[in-house]
Design a protein around this ligand. Structure first.
Ligand code: AMP
Ligand code: ZN
Length: 115
């Protein structure tokens, strides 16, 4: 399924729900998180609907690699000398929205480690 009509992030991709767009190309969209956990907090998503990291197939490897390149680009554009990327997966991983997304956080000192 490349689009799930009930998915919030698919609606954002379709322009049905507004967002503050930071980056867009044919396969990736990045926008500001509505509830930022850092001075800079973006979400980077594939435009196709993939619910979790567990739904990725080898054919998605290029797109996943390009997500990291977009993270790097946004960090540069927004003058982030350091940053953190996170992909929450499934309820135990803290995932709330079931459309794969990479959090890009920066603009404050992150604690070392993940505890
Ligand atoms: P996760 O817990 O990894 O599934 O993260 C979901 C993220 O989506 C949270 O950080 C929310 O603040 C964010 N979020 C939810 N709704 C929106 C929205 N309409 N626009 C931007 N970010 C959103
Ligand atoms: Zn979706």
């Amino acid at each position: 399924m490349s689009v799930d009509p009930d998915c919030l992030f698919c609606k954002i991709v379709a322009g049905e729900i507004p967002c503050e767009r930071l980056y867009e190309d044919d396969e990736i969209l990045a926008f500001r998180d509505i509830n930022p956990q850092a001075p800079f907090h973006a979400l980077l998503i594939p435009k196709i609907h993939l619910a979790t990291l567990n739904d990725l197939e080898p054919e998605h490897a290029g797109m996943v690699g390009r997500l990291f390149l977009v993270a790097r680009l946004l960090a540069k554009e927004h003058d982030l000398p350091g940053y953190r990327v996170v992909i929450n997966t499934n309820p135990e991983g803290g995932q709330v929205i079931y459309h794969v997304h990479m959090h890009l956080l920066g603009g404050r000192q992150m604690k070392a480690g993940l505890g």
